[in-house]
Design a protein around this ligand. Structure first.
Ligand SMILES: *Cc1c(COP(=O)(O)O)cnc(C)c1O
Length: 493
């Protein structure tokens, strides 16, 4: 399918030239500000805000200047529907070049037979994956049975039958409160409207994924698609077992590694814990632990490649050439040995954070972590997730509230706080720093209590922090941040 081969050898990282990056952004902001000063101002403020916040949001990171600069280019101006070398528009040679580079890097990095780098986000990548599986498993055999080459050749009745079949398949994924994602068949997302969905959870006592339970549910439910992957589960998953289960019931295994792709890329998750060799289809975002531009990628086994490549225009709008180019840059970065050190540091930092919290009496879902995130049960502090999130934010610590398994406060107020280390690790934080972060978090939560609700009883949203704790914590957070500057040397003038 590739029209050309692009050299994707990785080079040692050029020493980051802070002066060149500063000059690039100073000039860019002058150009932007001359047209729309509000936007130039917001761009400046965003850097200041990012620099000043202790960011523990598990799904966020800081992309490199090379990745960011790649997006601000005229590769944005091209329409390039279709695939490499097979476009519905003329003059796509440079988009072909960057898309081939991104796909080659993705294939090499993840040892995947095929990579489709056009999805605009993780949700889009999952939608491409779902339709590729439906196309390969349902549509293609139906067309063959009916002796039709494509859907346009079907009679009105056959077309209606096929539509009914496509819309009546089953998917089995991890439940939301165990850490699964909305796009794994839940009602607010299109996947929940497309599929009959069932979910598996985690063990009531250990909080760990219970493979025997997944197997039992798969045998009972007989899904077309078995989905593995999460956004809030603090442990690794054995994908060899998940594939075994999928094979037993004739399901396609779809792994969504949106959160932990950086740990796969950085060779922390290897062997049975690397999803790519086991999954028929693997999806990811590129902006979380992988540290690239906002976007998605679909990896797959050869038999799904043709269907995956139909993503645009099946469910995706025209490819974003500038973002695909930035994916190529980020994936090239992830192939450097330094990225493996980064990935290892992410998990070392998460363990240090977990140990720091546990040693100060906190309760963690599953009792710890072996990935990039920690799920803290704030019920032991007498708080809801909403109160804990707000009190921490008042103290200069940015987190997000999250349900815990069988959450007594439901999905809005919740009883958990999700803490992730990819962003702070990019800034150069080490285990000692994360222990200090744990100390600050426990200090704030211990000093916070629910306020009285207007109707009597305790509020689930309002809270009070003991005098002086928020400002003292803020100062301590600033001290940590100053030791690990974000984009060191980048000066906007
Ligand atoms: C973040 C996430 C997504 C969605 O990614 P977007 O880029 O926000 O669309 C999908 N699946 C999982 C597991 C995620 O964590």
């Amino acid at each position: 399918m590739a029209s050309q081969h692009v050299e994707t050898q990785t080079k040692p990282p050029a020493s980051v030239d802070a002066d060149a990056v500063s000059a690039a952004y100073q000039n860019a902001l002058r150009v932007i500000g001359a047209v729309e000063p509000t936007v130039a101002g917001a761009i400046r403020s965003e850097l200041a805000d990012q620099r000043a916040s202790l960011k523990l949001i598990a799904s966020e990171n800081y992309a490199s200047p090379a990745v960011l600069l790649t997006m601000g280019t005229w590769l944005s101006d091209k329409y390039a529907e279709g695939t490499i070398g097979h476009r519905f528009y003329a003059g796509c040679q440079n988009i072909d070049t960057v898309e081939q580079a991104a796909a080659d890097h993705a294939k090499a990095l993840f040892s995947s037979p095929h990579a489709y780098v056009q999805p605009h986000s993780g949700i889009d990548a999952n939608l491409v994956a779902f339709w590729a599986i439906l196309t390969h498993r349902i549509e293609a055999p139906a067309l063959a049975d009916l002796g039709a080459r494509n859907v346009d050749e079907l009679s009105a009745d056959d077309w209606e039958t096929l539509r009914q079949r496509l819309g009546n398949q089953r998917a089995l994924g991890m439940s939301l409160d165990a850490g699964g994602h909305l796009t794994h068949g839940f009602r607010p997302n299109i996947s929940g409207k497309m599929f009959h969905q069932a979910s598996y959870g985690t063990d009531r006592d250990t909080g760990l994924l219970d493979y025997a339970d997944v197997r039992a549910r798969a045998h009972e439910f007989r899904p077309l698609i078995l989905i593995a992957g999460y956004s809030a589960y603090p442990r690794k998953i054995n994908f060899a077992i998940m594939r075994e289960i999928a094979d037993e019931v004739g399901a396609t295994l779809l792994v969504d590694m949106a959160h932990f792709a950086g740990l796969v890329a950085g060779k922390v998750f290897i062997g049975d814990f690397d999803p790519v060799p086991f999954a028929h289809v693997t999806t990811t975002t590129t902006h979380k632990s992988l540290r690239g531009p906002r976007g998605g990628v679909v990896l797959c086994q050869p038999e799904y490649a043709e269907a995956v490549d139909r993503g645009c225009p099946l469910v995706l709008g025209g490819p974003l050439g500038h973002v695909i180019a930035a994916k190529a840059v980020a994936l090239a970065e992830a192939r450097q040995p330094s990225f493996q050190r980064y990935a290892r540091q992410i998990t070392d930092n998460a363990v240090a954070l977990a140990d720091g919290l546990l040693s100060r009496g906190a309760r963690l879902v599953t009792g710890g972590t072996d990935n990039h995130l920690v799920l803290l049960d704030v019920g032991t502090f007498g708080l809801t997730g909403r109160q804990a999130e707000s009190a921490l934010l008042d103290s200069g610590i940015v987190t997000n509230r999250n349900s815990i398994p069988r959450d007594p406060n439901g999905p809005w107020y919740t009883s958990g706080i999700r803490l992730g280390t990819p962003a702070l690790t990019t800034r150069g934080f080490g285990p000692g720093d994360l222990d200090r972060v744990a100390e600050l978090i426990v200090g704030v939560l211990s000093a916070t209590s629910p306020a009285a609700a207007p109707s009597g009883g305790a509020s689930k949203a309002k809270y009070v922090i003991a005098d002086g704790v928020a400002s003292k914590t803020h100062a301590a957070a600033e001290e940590l941040l100053a030791r690990h500057p974000l984009y060191p040397g980048l000066d906007l003038g």
